[in-house]
Design a protein around this ligand. Structure first.
Ligand SMILES: *[C@@H]1O[C@H](CO)[C@@H](O)[C@H](O)[C@H]1NC(C)=O
Ligand SMILES: *[C@@H]1O[C@H](CO)[C@@H](O)[C@H](O)[C@H]1NC(C)=O
Length: 250
């Protein structure tokens, strides 16, 4: 009886101190950089015959907290894989910069949309995307899938709401507001890929680019390169009405 009570006492003492330890532990990982993977290591990881072998290789590089975690903080991702521009930035973790994902069939990103910021229309050739607004709101999204259903399917997302963009669809997100927004995405591939629609269309043979829209008067094959050069690389500033409302100069 005594010892049972003692044990219960010790147990609650233990859980108390466990709780206290977690509570008091100071964490400052917000700026922890992600490990670099040189070609030798990348090749070795890609060639590992099983996932278990791959995890062993990763485990032997250092602490699990470094090789099995990805920091999406913009401060430690100077050239984020999702692109960057005046409208914001996207930090992407895929099988290349986070090899723990190799062959797991998933990837993820965090997008930071400035006021009136737009993640310009693009496709992911190998992944469906599920996007959720973590902070901010009034984020407009749209996608067009393919012939047979080629109307634009749109949503307006507030905090904690999400929308899907099926594999191959052309889609965008636009923060129609004067405050920043943050979104989180999941991809159904460890190598979703990214193709910016306007940027890549204008990279085609100028004669084709001129012919495809029916030879518009403002466009001829001599000024297509100039026209293409004005297209922002990735995240852009969106709708004039938003820019006017928020007092942002384009
Ligand atoms: C590549 O990285 C591995 C693991 O960190 C290291 O052992 C190796 O020396 C590096 N190789 C080169 C060529 O830097
Ligand atoms: C993280 O790094 C950024 C940029 O260097 C800096 O502005 C910020 O204060 C840092 N945050 C912390 C918590 O150290």
């Amino acid at each position: 009886m005594h010892s049972i009570l003692l044990n219960i006492g010790l147990l609650s003492l233990a859980s108390l101190s466990f709780g206290a330890t977690i509570h008091l532990e100071s964490r400052s990982s917000v700026n922890t950089t992600n490990p670099a993977y040189n070609k030798t290591l990348t090749d070795e990881l890609e060639l590992a015959p099983t996932s278990a072998d791959r995890f062993t290789i990763l485990k032997n590089q250092g602490p699990a907290d470094a090789y099995f975690k990805y920091n999406f903080n913009l401060a430690v991702n100077s050239s984020p894989g999702g692109g960057t521009g005046r409208g914001g930035s996207g930090v992407l973790a895929n099988r290349k910069n986070f090899p723990a994902l190799i062959n797991l069939g998933v990837a993820a990103s965090v997008g930071f949309l400035n006021p009136c910021g737009m993640n310009t229309p693009h496709t992911h050739p190998r992944a469906t995307e599920f996007l959720i607004i973590a902070s901010g709101g009034n984020v407009k999204t749209g996608f067009i899938q393919e012939e047979g259903e080629n109307t634009e399917l749109t949503t307006t997302l507030d905090q904690y709401e999400g929308a899907i963009f099926p594999m191959g669809s052309i889609h965008y997100e636009f923060n129609d507001s004067c405050a920043p927004a943050v979104f989180i995405t999941a991809f159904s591939s460890d190598d979703p890929g990214l193709s910016r629609t306007a940027q890549n269309f204008f990279g085609l043979n100028p004669d084709i680019v001129d012919a495809d829209p029916g030879f518009p008067s403002f466009l001829d094959h001599t000024n297509i390169a100039r026209f293409a050069a004005t297209i922002p690389p990735a995240f852009a500033l969106g709708a004039n009405s938003c820019l006017d409302r928020c007092g942002i100069k384009y």
